[in-house]
Design a protein around this ligand. Structure first.
Ligand SMILES: [Zn+2]
Ligand SMILES: [Zn+2]
Length: 283
């Protein structure tokens, strides 16, 4: 454990990059092997979502510096919840507690994105994807990206999260979020078993269903325990899941236009229709 802490402290950025690339590659190929993905234009879809890597770059650069400065400050002043118990516990216990704090923070953040009308218009960009696959993880409007990073920064400040904990948590989160968005269904029994603790593809696909109350459920990031505790966990038969948002169902042409997707938070959606769409992946 101590060796791992030391390694992450020294190689955090490279480790994150290698892990992210490997997870992406792995999930991408699992999707390719699954017959489910053969009936849509996967590369075109991924290319549109990949535009968000570029638009979110300035936020990533800015917040990398802010996170480093904040953690330096909390370490120097022993500020934050973890410093209360840290001197008395093993690093592993310290990691588990910090992990739970951070994951709970992500749950609160996600609920806020759904409940605040203004924030929802930004989060809608992620939900507007009519095909949920690994590339959907990239589909985050820079407005939301900014709010998410700012929220996490405040959370890190309050909890006093250590640098290595944040990096390790980030690695687990990349795995978990990528797998949750994978266009592949785990066997139902396995999905139910894992879903007792984790957000599985089955649970996150319900969150991407186009209608409430399903959209407003399964908010968890890595763990599903918060949804169980706060009564927001829902399941539905996988074959009934239809991806998208009832207030923003667009035809293929508009769905394939990045500028149009980017402008979603600034559109007047009051006039939108709520028609029942066909699921484009036929699931
Ligand atoms: Zn959501
Ligand atoms: Zn999602």
């Amino acid at each position: 454990m101590l060796l791992l802490i030391k390694f992450l402290d020294q190689h955090s950025e490279t480790t994150e990059l290698v892990i992210f690339a490997s997870v992406l590659f792995l999930c991408w190929n699992i999707e390719n092997l699954a017959a489910l993905t053969l009936n849509y234009k996967k590369w075109k879809h991924a290319f549109i979502n990949a535009h968000f890597i570029v638009t979110n770059l300035p936020n990533s650069l800015l917040f990398s510096i802010l996170f480093a400065k904040t953690m330096q400050w909390t370490m120097h002043h022993h500020f934050g919840v973890v410093y209360i118990f840290h001197p008395f516990v093993h690093p592993l216990i310290s990691f588990i507690c910090s992990f739970l704090f951070l994951d709970f923070g992500e749950y609160i953040y996600h609920v806020l994105m759904h409940k605040s009308k203004r924030l929802w218009t930004f989060h809608m960009v992620h939900h507007s994807d009519r095909i949920v696959d690994i590339s959907t993880t990239l589909r985050e409007h820079p407005g939301e990206n900014f709010v998410r990073l700012a929220f996490t920064l405040v959370w890190v400040l309050l909890t006093g999260t250590f640098f290595w904990v944040l990096v390790l948590r980030q690695i687990i989160q990349i795995f978990s979020t990528s797998i949750a968005h994978i266009n592949y269904r785990l066997p139902q029994k396995l999905d139910r078993f894992l879903g007792f603790v984790f957000i599985t593809p089955g649970l996150h696909q319900v969150h991407h269903h186009y209608q409430n109350p399903y959209t407003d459920s399964n908010y968890g990031d890595v763990l599903s325990i918060w949804d169980r505790i706060f009564g927001t966990l829902r399941r539905m038969p996988p074959e009934e899941v239809v991806f998208g948002i009832d207030t923003y169902m667009r035809d293929k042409e508009e769905e394939n236009n990045f500028i149009s997707i980017f402008k979603i938070p600034f559109k007047d959606l009051k006039q939108e229709d709520k028609s029942t769409p066909e699921n484009p992946v036929g699931s």
